[in-house]
Design a protein around this ligand. Structure first.
Ligand code: GAL
Length: 821
C-alpha cells in the first residue's frame, strides 16, 4: 500500500514538473567564487577601481585566512588590559591573546565573475558572503555594493544594478579591516568563508527565504509547515509546488497551492508526514522540501530546504526535552578556528573534529561566541550534534577596546536576523544564546537589552528557547536579567547553581560554559595536586587534569551537578578543541604562548587524556579504559608517580611489572574519586603498567597495558582517513609519532621532522599541539611535541596516490601512501 502511495505521489510530482521541463532551464543558478582571487595585505587607494592592475598581487583560493601564515610575534596585537571577567582589577600586558598572529590591518581581495544570459530587467544577482573578517566593504565594478561590519556573520547584497550589461567580466573587490584590540581570541582575517554568486529570476525566493517548522511531532504523525517568501511578486497569483522527501529521496508528502502574494507576507504550505523518522543525535534523520514557484504558468524559482522533524521543549524542574525525552547536554564550546588551518573553513577538517567529538559521546556544540560557518551547522545536522548558536561576546558595553560594542546599536538587530534566518531550518539547532558574559549583565537596564535580543529570537523563530551565558551571578539574580530568559545559563560558578535554581522562576540551570580545566597533551607535573592558576617555567599545564583557572573548575564537578540534580540541563565544556589565542594561565606577559590549554583535544586535533575522562561518562555505546601518565620516566626511578585510569567500569586493579597495586573503586570519598580511579602512591620503575577493569559483578572485563619506551627508532605515520576525495579541498590527517623498536610511543621525543609530499596531493599544514611552539604551521617541517604531531595533506583535483615521506635525524625514515579518489 505504502509503495503504491509513493508511486502515486511520484507520478503526480512528475506531472507537476512538466512546466519546468518546458521552461527549458533551471530557474536559479548558484556558484562559489573560490579560485583566482588576488589578495593584497595592506591599504590600496584605488583597490576597488576596475582599471587597477592587480596582477602582481598574491593569487589565493578562498576560503583564505591571511594571518595564519604568521610569523608568530609577541608584538602582534599586544593588549594592555584588565580582564575583568577573570577577576582582574589592574591592567597588565597580555601577550598572545589573539594568537600572536598578524590579523590586524587592512587587506584587499579582487576577483571577477560572469553571469551568462544576463538581463538586468529580468534577473537578480546576489553576492552572499558566509563571513568576511571584518568590516567588509564590497564593491562591484568599482561601485560600493554593501558594507557589513561583523566578521562572523553571513550577509548578502543584490548587485544586479552594478553588473555589466552583458553580465560578463564583473569585477568584485572586497576591502577588509581588522582593528587592533578587537578580539579576546584569534579571529582570523580575510575571506575565510565561502563567497557565493546566486542568479535568479526577478520573482524569486530570496536568500534564507524559507522557514520550516514541525508544529506537531509524534512517532506516528508529524505536521510540517513551510513558509516561503517570494520577492517581487506582490499582488500576483503564485502557484507553489512542494514535495517533502525523506533521506532516500522518496516523496513522503506534497502540495500544490495557489495564492496571491500579499506585500511582505510569505506563502504558507502545510504537510502531513506519517511515521516520521525523527531527528536526534543518535539518529540524525533528515528531510528535504523541494519547492517550485510558478507565475503565469512559468517556473520562476526552484528552492530546496533541508530540515529535520523533531520536538524541542523546556520544562521547569525537568530540563531539556528532545522528542519527548529528557536529556542533559553533553556538549562542548568551540571557537571557530581549525588550529593550523586558522579560520579558513574546510569541510573535511570540521568533519574530522566533529567525528572525534561524537566518539567521545559529545552530543552538542555551542558556537562560542559567534555565528558559525553554514558547513559546520550542516555537518551537525548530518552527524547528529545539537547546537546552541550564539552571536555575541559583547553588546553595548566593551570587553575589547575595538570590539563589537562599536556596532551594537546600529547592527545588533540585523546581525540577529541574519543569524536566525540562516540557521532556523537546521535540525541540529535547538537553542539560541544571545550572548556570552556580556558586561551589560550588571548594568541596571541591562535587562532591557536582553529582552530586546530575546524578543528578536522569539519573533524570528518562536520554536527555540533562548539563553545567555552569565558569569556575574550576583548581578543577574538581583537585577532581573536572569529571570527573563527562557533558559538561565551559568558559566562556571558551580557553587551558585542551587541558589540560582531556588531563586529563578524557570527552575532550571544550564551549564552554558563549564570546566576550563587546563592541560598540555603529554605533559605531567609532580607532585600531583589539585590547584587553580598553576604556573610552570615551561609554560605548560599538567595532564593529570587537576589544574584549572581561578574562575573555573574540574570536570568532576560538572559531572556531579548533571547527575545529582534533576533541574540541571547538562553542560557545554570550555572547550572541545584548543584554539588560537587566550593562552591562560600564561596570558600575562608570558610569551611565547599562542593558544589555549582548555581543550579536551589539542590544537593538532590529538586527544588529551581528558578526552577519555569525558568519554568514560558520555560514550554509552563503547567502553573506555585509559591509563595516564605514560610510563617512560628515566629521572623518576623510585619516586612516587601516581597512575590514573579513566574508565566506565566501576573498579580496576593496577599492576606494575606484574605486582598488584590494589583495586580501586569509584566512590563518593571525593568528587575526583567518584569519576576517576587514582593510585596516588605508586612508585615509578621502568617496565609495564597493566590495568584490569572489573565489571559490576567484579568480573575481569577489559585489560590495557602501557610500557616504558626505549630510544626513538623510527617515525610512524598513520593516516586517520582510509582515502580522501580528489576534489582539491579534502584533507587527510596523519598522526606522526616517534616510536621505539617495539613500536612504543617515545613520549619525550622532540626532534625535527621534515616532510615531502608528492603525487596527487599537496602539503597543507603541520601542528604539534604545543602552545609555546613558534614554528609556522605552513612549512613542511616541525618538532615533535611529546613524541607526536599531525600532518595535514590536501587532495588535488586529480585522483591518484599521495606519497608522503618523513625524515628525522637519527631515525629511520618512513613513507606513507594516501589514496585520493
Ligand atoms: C569564559 C569566557 C570564554 C573564555 C573562558 C576561559 O569566562 O566566556 O570566552 O574566556 O572564560 O576560561
Amino acid at each position: 500500500m505504502m509503495r503504491l502511495l509513493h508511486l502515486t505521489y511520484f507520478l503526480t510530482f512528475l506531472v507537476l514538473l512538466i512546466p519546468m521541463k518546458s521552461h527549458g532551464q533551471k530557474a536559479r543558478q548558484s556558484f562559489l567564487l573560490e579560485k583566482n582571487w588576488r589578495f593584497f595585505p595592506g591599504e590600496v587607494a584605488d583597490g576597488a577601481s576596475i582599471s587597477l592592475d592587480d596582477r602582481a598581487w598574491q593569487s589565493v583560493t578562498v576560503p583564505h585566512d591571511w594571518a595564519i601564515y604568521g610569523p608568530f610575534d609577541r608584538a602582534h596585537d599586544l593588549q594592555d588590559v584588565a580582564v575583568t571577567q577573570n577577576g582582574e582589577k589592574k591592567a597588565t600586558v597580555k601577550t598572545g591573546r589573539t594568537g600572536g598572529l598578524p590579523y590586524v590591518g587592512v587587506g584587499w581581495y579582487r576577483n571577477s565573475f560572469d553571469v551568462s544570459n544576463f538581463d538586468a530587467q529580468k534577473k537578480r544577482v546576489v553576492l552572499k558572503f558566509d563571513g568576511a573578517m571584518s568590516e567588509a566593504r564590497v564593491y562591484v565594478n568599482g561601485k560600493e555594493a554593501c558594507f557589513w561590519p561583523y566578521g562572523y556573520n553571513a550577509f548578502h547584497c543584490d548587485v544586479t544594478e552594478l553588473l555589466h550589461a552583458d553580465g560578463m567580466n564583473n569585477n568584485v573587490a572586497v576591502r577588509l579591516e581588522n582593528k587592533a584590540q578587537s578580539s579576546r581570541w584569534y579571529p582570523g582575517a580575510g575571506l575565510y568563508r565561502n563567497v557565493h554568486v546566486i542568479v535568479t529570476e526577478k520573482i524569486h525566493v530570496p536568500v534564507w527565504g524559507t522557514y520550516i517548522t514541525t508544529p506537531f511531532v509524534s512517532d506516528s504523525l508529524a505536521s510540517v509547515r513551510l513558509e516561503t517568501s517570494v520577492k517581487n511578486a506582490d499582488g500576483r497569483l503564485v502557484r507553489m509546488v512542494t514535495a517533502i522527501m525523506d533521506a532516500r529521496g522518496r516523496i513522503v508528502a506534497q502540495k500544490e497551492n495557489l495564492q496571491k502574494i500579499n506585500y511582505g507576507k510569505p506563502f504558507v504550505q502545510n504537510f502531513e508526514v506519517s511515521n516520521p523518522a525523527l531527528w536526534s543525535p543518535e539518529q540524525p534523520n533528515l528531510y528535504r522540501a523541494s519547492t517550485q514557484v510558478f507565475v503565469d504558468g512559468q517556473l520562476v524559482d526552484n528552492f530546496e530546504t533541508r530540515f529535520g522533524i523533531r520536538e524541542v521543549r523546556i520544562l521547569a524542574d525537568k530540563g531539556f526535552m528532545l522528542n519527548g525525552k529528557i536529556r542533559k547536554f553533553q556538549g562542548v564550546c568551540n571557537h571557530h578556528d581549525l588550529g593550523p588551518l586558522g579560520a579558513a573553513i574546510n569541510v573535511s577538517a570540521l568533519r574530522y573534529q566533529l567525528e572525534l567529538l561524537k566518539d567521545m559521546g559529545c552530543d552538542a556544540v555551542r558556537t562560542a561566541h559567534n555565528m558559525p560557518a553554514p558547513e559546520l551547522v550542516e555537518l551537525c545536522d548530518e552527524l547528529g550534534l545539537m547546537m546552541m548558536i550564539e552571536p555575541f561576546d559583547e553588546w553595548d558595553i566593551a570587553k575589547c577596546k575595538n570590539g563589537y560594542h562599536r556596532f551594537f546599536q546600529e547592527w545588533a538587530e540585523r546581525d540577529m536576523v541574519n543569524m536566525i534566518r540562516h540557521f532556523r531550518n537546521n535540525a541540529s539547532v535547538v537553542m539560541w544564546s544571545i550572548g556570552n558574559e556580556v558586561p551589560t549583565q550588571c548594568s541596571a537596564e541591562g535587562y532591557k537589552v536582553a529582552s530586546f535580543l530575546q524578543d528578536i529570537c522569539h519573533r524570528e523563530d518562536p520554536t527555540r528557547p533562548v539563553t545567555c551565558g552569565m558569569d556575574q551571578v550576583s548581578c543577574v539574580l538581583e537585577n532581573g536579567f536572569a529571570s527573563l530568559l527562557d533558559v538561565p545559563g551559568l558559566n562556571y560558578r558551580t557553587h551558585r547553581y542551587t541558589e540560582a535554581y531556588a531563586k529563578l522562576p524557570q527552575n532550571l540551570v544550564l551549564g552554558s560554559e563549564t570546566a576550563s580545566t587546563v592541560s598540555s597533551r603529554g605533559v605531567y607535573k609532580f607532585p600531583v595536586v589539585k590547584k587553580g592558576d598553576m604556573i610552570y617555567a615551561d609554560h605548560q599545564s599538567s595532564s593529570y587534569d587537576m589544574e584549572y583557572c581561578s574562575w573555573s573548575n574540574l570536570p568532576d564537578e560538572d559531572f556531579a551537578l548533571a547527575e545529582d540534580y534533576h533541574w540541571t540541563m547538562g553542560q557545554f565544556v570550555w572547550t572541545g578543541f584548543d584554539y588560537l589565542g587566550e593562552p591562560s594561565p600564561y596570558d600575562t606577559d608570558a610569551w611565547p604562548n599562542h593558544s589555549s590549554m582548555f581543550g579536551i583535544i589539542d590544537l593538532a586535533s590529538i586527544p588529551k587524556d581528558r578526552y577519555y575522562l569525558y568519554r568514560s561518562l558520555w560514550n554509552k555505546k563503547e567502553h573506555t579504559l585509559h591509563i595516564l601518565p605514560h610510563w617512560t620516566w628515566p629521572d623518576r626511578v623510585g619516586q612516587q608517580t601516581p597512575v590514573f585510569v579513566y574508565t566506565d567500569y566501576p573498579s580496576a586493579e593496577l599492576f606494575i611489572n606484574g605486582k598488584s597495586q590494589g583495586i580501586k573503586r569509584k566512590s563518593n570519598a571525593s568528587l575526583e574519586e567518584r569519576y576517576r580511579l587514582m593510585w596516588m602512591n605508586t612508585v615509578y620503575e621502568p617496565g609495564e603498567v597493566k590495568v584490569i577493569a572489573y565489571d559490576v559483578n567484579g568480573k575481569p572485563a577489559a585489560e590495557k597495558i602501557i610500557r616504558t619506551a626505549g630510544k626513538p627508532a623510527h617515525i610512524k605515520m598513520e593516516a586517520l582517513q582510509d582515502s580522501i576525495v580528489a576534489d582539491g579541498r579534502t584533507l587527510a590527517y596523519i598522526r606522526v609519532q616517534a616510536v621505539d623498536r617495539e613500536g612504543n610511543l617515545c613520549p619525550h621525543a622532540d626532534g625535527l621532522v621534515q616532510f615531502d609530499v608528492k603525487g596527487e596531493g599537496e602539503f597543507r599544514a603541520l601542528a604539534n599541539g604545543d602552545p609555546t611552539n613558534l614554528e609556522a604551521f605552513h612549512k613542511p617541517q616541525m618538532h615533535l611535541f611529546n613524541g607526536q604531531l599531525t600532518l595535514i595533506v590536501q587532495s588535488v583535483e586529480k585522483a591518484g596516490k599521495i606519497q608522503i615521506e618523513a625524515r628525522s635525524k637519527g631515525l629511520k625514515k618512513e613513507t606513507l601512501i594516501v589514496n585520493s579518489k
